[in-house]
Design a protein around this ligand. Sequence first.
Ligand code: FES
Length: 380
Amino acid sequence: MSSPVLSGPVAPKRIGPPLWLLAELTYRCPLQCPYCSNPIEFAQIKDELDTEQWLQVLRQGRKLGAAQLGLSGGEPLLRQDLEDLAGEARSLGYYSNLITSGMGLSRERVAALKTAGLDHIQLSFQDSDKELNDQIAGSHKAFDKKLAMAQVVKEFDYPMVINFVLHRHNIDHIESILELCVQIGANYVELANVQYYGWGLHNRASLMPSKEQLRHAEEVTQRYRKQYQQKMQLIFVVPDYYETRPKGCMNGWGSLFLTVAPDGLALPCHSARDLPIAFPNVKDTPLKDIWYGSDGFNQYRGDAWMAEPCRSCPEKGDDFGGCRCQAYHLTGSADNADPVCDKSSHHHLIQSAVAQAQSHNDVRPLLFRNVKNSRQMAES
Ligand code: FES
């Protein structure tokens, strides 16, 4: 990519502040989930920001107006400065959220993060069944570790926030997944169907559930919702391939969300580094200039960029034309409408992926997210 071009100051009053700052601290991860949304070529991406550079990002982000801070990865616990960053987030007044697999967590680290002022921990599981959990995670220690860490997180009085990523191989376990959540004492459970980006997109044919699987999972979730409404909040995120209108991705490009990747690349969403856009880097551009003045962040703001069918669509204010990354990956151009929309001339691409999932006849093995596969994919 060539270096980014700044298009000069855009009147800040026309663009709101980035309320949500996502700090992807590292692409390193001890697990190998085949639906990871990190870029396929993550192993090629070096030069993680150091502690001082992350502290600057946090300070600049807060000054810009960011109120929520997500600390994610990869596995953010691999950063030994995580407690320092959480402490700075607290003193700056962020509401901070650690998004973790639990690998690398310990009683000592939870205690240190609590002391530093971390507000919230979201712990992910791969399945309720140890064998499948560990197979998907690519680690035979993962399930037991997660269970143990869930107890510790609870002991330290954090709300118990669990995330399960659902796909063809585990969605039929929905009942035992929810039972496990009850057993753990979860307060919030996100049942998030795989979103098809990064490794998830590569493995889409082997991951997408059928309509029947999805309907069953939603029915069971609804039953548990009624039964545990006072105790456990359930959020079921459907795969947008089964919709006929796209999601208002990121609440609109460059509207609320600002992601900083491990190497300092600033992005309007976690997947945008795949787009043929020269995004700026926090190592050489202040966050304020990036947010208000960079071509990359301004490219899909508003609706002037839209072509038909979005341009004249009465719903464009709700969905903003859908997801730019999905449009790019599936149609070859991020300028197109998200093909999830049934008004898009590319909607057949979604329909054929769904038809393939219905038939369940794709037996391609899952490609696991690890350094070896990342390097091989980058070379091929
Ligand atoms: Fe990038 Fe939707 S994930 S715009």
